[in-house]
Design a protein around this ligand. Structure first.
Ligand SMILES: C[S@@+](CC[C@H](N)C(=O)[O-])C[C@H]1O[C@@H](n2cnc3c(N)ncnc32)[C@H](O)[C@@H]1O
Length: 247
């Protein structure tokens, strides 16, 4: 289950990659735009400011997120979505949750009309100390949680190689160094991860074990991300791909 309020704890930090992604889409006057995995629709709504004449729609599989959305949004799994003549497809911080998305994006690109734009951003931090600590603890004898994957995404070069067979591709990686205030009772990286990567762990444990897990992970995170001058520096690598299908 997604908790929109927990996800929005770091809304400013999470919005910047979306803006950086969308800035590289060259569409001037698209008629139809879709945001796959739109979440609560806050960022999707900014697309209407850029393209006021476009019909803009989001899809997301979380009823909790869709309930918050103030945009045209449909509850639906990305894996079942297929292009229907859209001029722009955006997907931000969602495809890492969709197994097999690499094959899907090739299919989508082939099915989109000439002139269409496809823009995706996924986290590329699965090898960061935060995620290594999460995996170690989740796979430890004490918790033995199944289904925690090493890296559900490719690197930017991998996506570029795949899509450049069909489209002009602009692919890059950026590491944002988020300076998270260390003011609350929890370590801020723990607080960040609770909104996303820790969701499957929480879902796998009862409340007592979940509280023990988060306390233990919090101690590990405090060792690798120490607070300095009231902040914790949290480097976060992200992978971007913008593909334009020739006319
Ligand atoms: C990290 S949030 C990103 C939300 C939004 N794109 C943003 O950037 O703020 C990931 C979103 O992807 C959605 N999601 C995950 N797997 C999905 C799937 N298979 N189909 C549709 N939505 C999915 C979740 O419900 C969640 O709202």
């Amino acid at each position: 289950m997604w908790d929109p309020a927990v996800y929005r704890r770091y809304a400013d930090e999470r919005s910047r990659p979306f803006a950086d992604l969308v800035a590289r889409i060259g569409a001037r006057a698209p008629r139809t735009v879709v945001d796959l995995g739109c979440g609560d629709g806050e960022l999707t709504a900014t697309l209407a400011e850029r393209w006021p004449a476009a019909t803009i729609k989001g899809i997301d599989s979380s009823p909790e997120m869709i309930a918050k959305a103030k945009i045209l949004a449909e509850e639906r799994d990305i894996a079942t979505w297929r292009p229907d003549g859209e001029d722009v497809v955006v997907t931000n911080a969602a495809l890492q949750w969709v197994p097999g998305h690499q094959e899907l994006i090739s299919e989508w690109m082939a099915a989109l009309p000439d002139g269409a734009w496809f823009a995706m951003q996924v986290p590329g931090n699965f090898d960061a100390p935060s995620h290594r600590a999460l995996r170690e603890l989740a796979r430890s004898e004490e918790y033995a949680i199944e289904g925690i994957r090493d890296a559900p995404v490719d690197d930017a070069a991998g996506y570029a190689a795949r899509l450049s067979e069909i489209a002009s591709v602009d692919a890059w990686e950026t590491t944002y160094v988020h300076l998270l205030p260390a003011t609350g009772p929890d370590h801020p990286v723990l607080s960040w991860m609770e909104g996303t990567a820790l969701r499957p762990v929480k879902a796998a444990l009862d409340d007592t074990r979940w509280q023990a897990f988060r306390a233990s992970l919090g101690r590990r995170l405090a060792e690798v991300y120490p607070a300095r001058s009231g902040h914790v520096a949290f480097p976060f690598r992200r992978i971007f791909v913008v593909a334009h299908k020739g006319e």
